[in-house]
Each structure stands twice: as C-alpha cells, then as structure tokens.
Design a protein around this ligand. Structure first.
Ligand SMILES: NC(=O)c1ccc[n+]([C@@H]2O[C@H](COP(=O)([O-])OP(=O)(O)OC[C@H]3O[C@@H](n4cnc5c(N)ncnc54)[C@H](OP(=O)(O)O)[C@@H]3O)[C@@H](O)[C@H]2O)c1
Length: 301
C-alpha cells in the first residue's frame, strides 16, 4: 500500500530517534523527503517523530518499530516497510550500540554482532528488491574508526573473555566488509552502497544498553569537550545520500566528503565473501535459540 505521491524521494533511517539518526531524519524531512524512522522503542520513536515534525514542518514521517537484535522483528518490519512504501530510494543503516558484557540475541548471537552487523545485513538484503525497483537508489552504512579485525574462529565470543570495545569494533568492521561485498554484488543494479565515518560527535551511543560511560571517557580523552553535534556529523552522511557527484560511486569508505583508507582486513575480498556467507547462514530462517551448528559451520567456512 502506498501513501501519497510515489514520485517523492523516500528514505528509511535506522536508529532515527537519537543522535546521528535523528539529525539525518530531520534534515531529510526538512528537504521534502518522505522519511521512515526505524526505532526499537515506540515511545522514544513517537517523541522523535513529534520533534522532527515540529522542526521540519513535514507530515510525511512514518514510524517503524523493530529491535535490530531480533531477526523475527527485522523480518516483520521489512514487510511493514514494503507494504507502506511503494518505492525506497535511500536506506541509512545508522543504528548502533555497544554492550558492557556479553549478551545474546533471541537467536543466540552476541548482541553487538547481532545489532551492528547482522541487523543491517538482514534488513538491507530483505529490502534489496524494493531498492532495486526504485533505482537509482543508495544505501549508506554508518561505520566508525573504532574497528577490530574479525576473529572468524570465535565471532560469537564463546572462547575469549568479552571485551566491549573489541566486540563493538569487530561488529563495526563488519559494516565495511558488508559494504564492499554488497557493492560488488550490486554492480549494474542502479543501487549504490557506501560506508561513512561520521566523525566523533555528541550522542547517546551505547547509553540505552549501559555502555555509554566507556565512550564518553574515550571521546573526552580524544577531544576534550569540544565534541561536535550530531547535526554537524549528519552532513557527512547527507553528502553520501544526496550528492549528484556520487550517483555512480559505490563500494567506497568516506570521511568528510572524501574517501578514506579502510582497515586492511576489510580490503580482503576473501574475508568480505566469507563474512557474507556466514551472515547469510546466521540470518537464514529459522535459527533456533541455542543452535550453535551454524556458528560452528561459520568457523569452518
Ligand atoms: N557518537 C560517535 O562519536 C560515533 C562515532 C563513530 C560512529 N558512530 C556511529 O553512529 C551511529 C549512530 O550512533 P549515535 O552516536 O548517534 O548513538 P545514539 O544516539 O545512541 O543513536 C543510536 C541509535 O541506534 C538505536 N539502536 C541501538 N540499538 C538498537 C537496536 N537493538 N535496535 C534498533 N535500534 C537500535 C538507538 O536506539 P535507542 O535510543 O532505543 O537506544 C538509537 O536510536 C552508530 O552506528 C555508531 O556506531 C558514532
């Protein structure tokens, strides 16, 4: 089912109730884009939607609720997006978080990997047909400089003591592996995918999951208190989303309007394909709770 004119540019932004995602959604709405706000908490989402409506004057805002740790919820929300939007021209995979201790998703996957990598992987692959049918379309993945090489032997943190920043960094490196492999697969489709480092900025990163203290200390040490706003950081993402010069650009890692070097691991095409195969296996339906067979297979793959 569609809502209004199908010619209007339509975007979906994950993590749109806070920080960078909210700033991106507000800027897109102010620019006349129909915006889907994907959030995990309905009340926080409603509050953000009201704020964005007030600041942008837009009435074309649509709330979608899903916990990106939960693949069942992702499948349901992807269906809801497909029903609500006849076209999708922009997907911004922005939602991200960290966990102070090892937690497992409903599918038995360590939560940083589940939310930060497998969540966008599954959501994007479920929406690919809609994006292709809407081409030209763009996917923007929000990455970070805090990356850690993936331990393919222990992606689920079963054999090592859990380390919050490493688990976060591993899952966020997954965003780059995903970007590069997806770009290869999307060649000629009219859909581009790029990853952006938004810089360091003020936000609630990790706050809902109890991990914010670590980020605040880290950022304060890096920058003192002169930390930019999410609105400023959003400009980098909006450039990738909108710049006419980037119409054909795909499979790149950007900082502030310029490409930046990706960590060596993410430039390994074999590793990119390997993570893709593992991600397919880990998001294949259904994965019973406690079923570690696929994780075992992924170690061998
Ligand atoms: N802040 C920085 O300096 C910085 C630097 C580099 C990269 N980044 C990246 O920027 C992105 C946005 O982060 P932010 O700094 O703006 O932090 P933020 O203010 O905490 O925003 C993160 C968003 O992701 C949502 N989210 C978290 N877990 C989720 C889940 N399981 N399901 C659905 N949504 C979920 C949050 O929802 P709730 O409000 O419900 O928690 C929130 O809307 C992240 O990908 C982060 O890695 C941030």
């Amino acid at each position: 089912m569609s809502t209004g004119s199908e010619r209007k540019t339509t975007a979906l932004v994950t993590g749109a109730n806070s920080g960078l995602g909210k700033a991106i959604a507000a800027a897109l709405a102010a620019d006349g884009t129909r915006v889907g706000l994907l959030v995990r908490d309905r009340a926080r989402g409603e509050a953000a939607l009201q704020d964005i409506r007030a600041s942008s004057g837009s009435d074309d805002l649509h709330l979608f609720v899903a916990d990106l740790a939960d693949q069942t919820a992702i499948r349901a929300v992807a269906r809801a997006v497909q029903q609500r939007f006849e076209r999708l021209h922009l997907l911004v995979n922005n939602a991200g978080t960290a966990f102070p201790e090892r937690r497992l998703s409903p599918q038995g996957i360590e939560c940083a990997l589940a939310v930060n990598h497998l969540g966008p992987f599954l959501l994007t692959t479920l929406l690919l047909d809609l994006l292709k049918a809407s081409a030209p379309a763009r996917i923007v993945n929000v990455g970070t400089r805090i990356t850690t090489a993936l331990d393919f032997e222990d992606l689920n943190w079963e054999r090592r003591p859990y380390r919050m920043l490493q688990a976060y960094g591993q899952s966020k490196l997954g965003n780059l592996h995903f970007t590069f492999e997806l770009a290869r697969r999307l060649q000629g489709s009219g859909v581009t995918v790029n990853c952006v480092f938004p810089g360091v900025f003020k936000s609630n990163l990790g706050g809902t999951d109890g991990a914010q203290g670590v980020f605040l200390k880290l950022f304060a040490r890096l920058l003192g208190w002169a930390i930019p706003s999410p609105e400023r950081a959003a400009r980098r993402v909006l450039y990738l989303a909108n710049a006419p010069a980037l119409a054909e650009t795909s499979g790149q890692y950007f900082g502030n309007r310029k490409t930046i070097a990706a960590p060596a691991q993410a430039l390994d095409a074999g590793a990119n394909r390997r993570l893709w195969r593992i991600s397919e296996a880990l998001t294949a339906e259904p994965l019973a709770q406690g079923d570690n067979d696929r994780l075992g297979a992924s170690r061998r793959g």
